[in-house]
Design a binder for this molecule. Structure first.
Ligand code: PHB
Length: 386
């Protein structure tokens, strides 16, 4: 697409496109991810999934990739987004892991009219009250992943829950969506706490408070390095046997569950993807990812992969401007590793199944046993007008 820059728009560009297929034109991609900090492993995994999609399609040559590190810090993420667009002149930005960073770049990408494919960050506002026709999310929204657990846990006989999460947008939205659905089902939230994000090393004081509230279960969101520390401390603190642990599936992501070890066994969480989904599409994806990395793919890998697939489909459809690319991205639909997926025209957020899974001991380490599936979960528009 960038090769078309400088041509007089309109007829000339169309003539150029009719003689060369759109796929032959180079598309400049800004991969904006955390490559340092508590979510660094997540960024690397999304990157690996994205590259796999380009390789599988035989299209690595068609895309020029510029990588930038958000460091999981909103002001750094915004500065890097500006740099990618203004200096590197990328056609599209792919990435974002933290809801806080997504909140910080939203107005810039909307104003600069640069398509953004969100490959993780679940910030509800980006496909709700602050949605944009330039933002398409192929990962999940924070509400979408956690809402189904409210009714599901109530149906298991759980009546009193205590919640914990890091104190930033994702933590508040994830446990907020769960709590609302759990209350609606008839349950009670007996207490909540938010731990300083990126700074909490010792969860002991929070666990003491949670235990004192006498809940039937604890529901949390933690991811990356914080998830590893939390799950291990929950076990060593000695309450695992009395108060079962539930949460967002990121808590026990296959990406780092083996670093949590036996502490993660028996934890029940929900997510839009687990590598044990038994379909031909997922079996093929798991095999291809394993061949590349020697490990099973996580939700982060599939999000990077689907971001790549969506981008490829949009480019192949002949999108010849940022605007055309943005609208082509919003029309993507297929059955992939996580099941049937489509982009909701009301919000530009993905519609997908949510899987409730238990982390159990398998032959080659910990694995994911699916214990419930909620199909085609979509968000209400929540004020989004596209
Ligand atoms: C987020 O900040 O939106 C976020 C971060 C890590 C996750 C999931 C969501 O695993």
């Amino acid at each position: 697409m960038s090769k078309l820059k400088g041509l007089a728009a309109g007829a000339l560009a169309l003539a150029a496109l009719s003689t060369a297929s759109a796929a032959e034109a180079e598309t400049r991609v800004g991969l904006l991810l955390p490559y340092a900090g508590v979510y660094a492993a997540l960024g690397e995994e999304i990157d690996a999934g994205f590259q796999l999609a380009l390789e599988e399609a035989g299209m690595t040559e068609e895309f020029a990739i510029v990588r930038e590190d958000t460091e999981v810090k909103p002001p750094v993420g915004l500065a890097k987004a500006r740099k990618l667009v203004l200096e590197d002149e990328v056609d599209v930005i792919v990435g974002l892991v933290s809801s806080g960073v997504l909140g910080a770049v939203r107005d810039f990408v909307d104003g600069a009219q640069v398509p953004l494919i969100v490959a993780n960050a679940g910030n509800d506002d980006a496909t709700g009250s602050r949605c944009s026709k330039y933002i398409t999310r192929v990962s999940f929204s924070n509400g979408q992943v956690n809402r189904p657990m409210g009714q599901w846990m109530y149906d298991q006989g759980i009546r009193k829950v205590y919640t914990l999460a890091p104190d930033y947008a994702a933590g508040r939205q994830m446990v907020g969506a769960f709590a609302e659905a759990f209350r609606q089902a008839g349950g009670e939230i007996v207490g909540e706490d938010f731990t300083p994000f990126r700074k909490t090393q010792d969860f002991g004081p929070y666990l003491t408070k949670a235990k004192a509230a006498g809940p039937d279960a604890i529901f949390v969101f933690y991811a990356g390095g914080e998830a590893i520390s939390f799950v291990k401390q929950y076990d060593s603190f000695g309450i695992k046997a009395d108060i079962p642990l539930y949460g967002s599936g990121f808590l026990t992501s296959p990406l780092y569950v083996n670093a949590e070890g036996p502490a993660a066994e028996g934890v029940v969480t929900a997510l839009h993807y687990v590598p044990t989904i038994d379909t031909p599409e997922n079996r093929a994806f798991v095999e291809a990812f394993r061949a590349r990395t020697d490990r099973a793919p996580s939700e982060y890998a599939v999000q990077g992969y689907d971001a790549g697939r969506a981008l490829i489909e949009a480019v192949k459809s002949g999108a010849d401007s940022r605007e055309a690319l943005a609208s082509a991205l919003a029309k993507v639909t297929y059955t992939g590793p996580r099941g049937p997926v489509k982009i909701d025209p009301a919000t530009n957020n993905i519609v997908q199944n949510i899987y409730v899974y238990e982390t159990i001991k398998g032959d080659g380490g910990l694995t994911q046993k699916i214990v419930g599936t909620v199909e085609a979960v979509a968000d209400a528009p929540n004020g989004c007008k596209l």
